[in-house]
Design a protein. Sequence first.
Length: 99
Amino acid sequence: MSDDDQDNTTSHPILCGLCKAPVGSKEGADGETLYGCADCDNWDTKDEVIRIAGEYVTDQAQLDLNRSMSDIAKGSSVMSFSGQTESTKEFRFVTDGPF
């Protein structure tokens, strides 16, 4: 990679969706590593935590886009927007954004 190439990725910690604490790990009863929050007793496998946090990111990105479209439509006499701008879903695992 040359000096001109830039990594355009960012990292955000996965948080407990119930209390927003950073996700930790523990050994489950069967010896499998579980990830989650000790305070909320919110635990799952690595793959499931990543899947749920990914759904959260997708949901938040869509809502952010919808809010932008709603703001644009508010200033237009020929355009309207009727999409969802607030989330009604709860996620057990989330990230800290931005989206």
